[in-house]
Design a protein around this ligand. Sequence first.
Ligand code: PLP
Length: 410
Amino acid sequence: MITANENYNKLNASYLFADIAKRVQLYQESNPDKEVIRLGIGDVTLPLPPAVIQGFKRGVDEMSQDATFRGYGPEQGYLFLRQAIAAVDFQSRGADIDADEIFVSDGAKCDTGNFQELFSNNITIAIPDPVYPVYLDTNVMAGRTGGFKDGRYQGIVYMDCLKEKAFMPDLPDAPVDLIYLCFPNNPTGATATRDQLAAWVDYARENKALILFDAAYEAFIRDENLPRSIYEIPGAKEVAVEFRSLSKTAGFTGTRCGFTVVPKACMIYTAKGSKVSLHDMWNRRQSTKFNGVSYPVQKAAEAVYSQEGQAQIKANIDYYLANARVVRQTMTELGFDHVGGENAPYIWIDGNGRDSWEFFDLLLDKAGVVCTPGQGFGRCGAQYIRISAFNSPENVAKAMARVKEVLKKL
Ligand code: PLP
């Protein structure tokens, strides 16, 4: 008899974006003449920048010629891309990361979800609340948690990210083995300073723990004093893995490319305490289960790192950050406390005691604007909504004008 992985039964049945889609569909059916503006799901709206398209096309052309055709590539990614990433994203900022410590992939969702395979099942895991749901759900699927009770999985150490602490998690009171961190944060848009990250690196070194650092939104950081990579912190190479994505950085949500940095100095341990190279393990995992990203996509990604590409992606991100500014200004005028949107594409808005789904329904029903209810990211999000800056300036202005009309009457 073929039996199921019953850990899947533990998963919280409600899938946030499916629930939102259902409510939006119902609204549209009952209001067919009303235009809905979507500031919910975090998907880019601008097309790929011209330099990226040229790189992409060059890759496709090469695939059409005998002399330049390529079949299977290296599972870790082509060296031309790994070298460009190491130079531009890390070495230029003083982070000593080599090309062979970079593993190119089809995005950060897969990598952040797959990485937990490398750890034993009896580790203690610390996860922020609110959080990008992939970290939690993949550990549930792997059997590292108990059931879902009162909005939380048993066995996980939740790190509450609260307004009074600027949505920064505290260091855990009791030792943990694996720590998920994400800055700039999804959903709160909060960022971490060098000192704050250094405290986590020190904690991991003292406790022989590992940090999984998700930097999918680092390209939105405009404050030059903020670190973009955890490897800007001395000692991080021994205790941290970093996930990056070209999705929001360069508009690759549909093109698919990201990468994970696993430094050679990063060690984990056998039950008896011997060191194991995490780099060797991830290399083995990827070589066995992954066959690389398509050559034209890697050529497109390489172009992101050209001078032209860097200028074009910066202009696109500036476009989204200008939208974020409009959302922040509106919320300030209306008297709703908020965080994010300065070095991140998300604005996390305090509903002033209103339940997040109630706030979501209010904006949808009265303004035709879709946001994301904070509850979907964890219990600490129950009284917040997330607004995303990924849309056109025209739509954001229109959405904010409608929201103003609705909220000022409350
Ligand atoms: N990490 C975070 C925090 C995200 O918000 C997202 C996407 O929304 C991802 C990772 C996934 O990125 P990718 O498109 O590279 O899979």
